[in-house]
Ligand binder design. Structure first.
Ligand code: XBP
Ligand code: MG
Length: 248
């Protein structure tokens, strides 16, 4: 039985707070079209490409898929192309979200409010960019959304993308908490692995683009957080030792 009390909840963004990957995919395709590229990512292809975290990393992975091995001498030019595509994609994505942000997933808003009232700290640990987080959370929580979160780790502050644990270790440091005092909420196997490698127990709520993934290592897999209360989280947190405890 765990001894450390639950002190904070760390939320992934894309797929966990909201079903955003469909809008990401549309933004990628609109950027390809605007730049005259004959690329098109179908929902099925994008679902496979999500095995690679990070939009720029995903683009470089796709470039290699269609063009084959990339000579070291050509890498800078291709990385520059991916950066240009990604910058335009981010511009399109943030515009779309400001016009029509997807709703928070069921249960998220109520759980965040209940957790704050219960004195739990909240944090974000995401692969996406600060502007994408702002574009999603401003329409959903208002301009002062940052006041809800004691710590934010993102694709800029933590450039080594999930499943690397860098963003989770960074957020733990900002919170000043041990892994055993927090729970992480994730939608993907990359996110599960990143949290687990940081020693954090992850609760999984699979999203549209990740529901096919194998979450066998997860403490708990829920269809959504609808109807989940802080008392449930405390029970899971007490019952499921951190991954480190397993390893001990
Ligand atoms: C999911 C990701 C991101 C998004 C696209 O992030 O892997 O790359 O798919 O956003 P999360 P960017 O960790 O929140 O699930 O194009 O900004 O990377
Ligand atoms: Mg995610």
């Amino acid at each position: 039985m765990r001894r450390t009390p639950l002190r904070a909840l760390i939320f992934d963004v894309d797929g966990t707070l909201a079903e955003t990957e469909g809008t990401h995919r549309e933004a990628f395709n609109l950027a390809f079209c605007a730049l005259g590229l004959d690329w098109y990512w179908s929902d099925a292809l994008y679902t496979r490409l999500l095995a690679v975290s990070g939009g720029q990393e995903r683009l470089l992975h796709y470039w290699r898929q269609i063009h084959g091995p990339l000579a070291a001498a050509k890498l800078p030019a291709v990385q520059d192309l991916c950066a240009r595509i990604h910058a335009l994609k981010t511009q399109i994505y943030t515009t779309r979200l400001r016009d029509a942000a997807p709703p928070l997933r069921p249960g998220i808003r109520a759980l965040i409010a209940e957790a704050r009232a219960a004195g739990l700290q909240l944090a974000i640990a995401t692969t996406t960019s600060p502007q994408n987080i702002d574009a999603l959370l401003t329409p959903t929580f208002g301009r002062r959304w940052r006041t809800l979160f004691a710590a934010i780790g993102d694709g800029i502050s933590a450039p080594r993308k999930k499943p690397d644990p860098q963003v989770y270790r960074q957020v733990l440091g900002k919170l000043g908490l041990k892994a055993s005092a927090v729970l992480a909420f994730e939608d993907s196997v990359n996110g599960l692995a990143a949290a687990a490698r940081a020693g954090i127990t992850p609760l999984i709520t699979p999203a549209h683009h990740t529901r096919h993934q194998d979450f066998s290592g997860a403490a708990t897999v829920l269809s959504s957080l609808a109807g989940v209360h802080v008392a449930d989280l405390r029970r899971w947190h007490a019952a499921f030792p951190t991954i480190m405890d397993h390893a001990a």
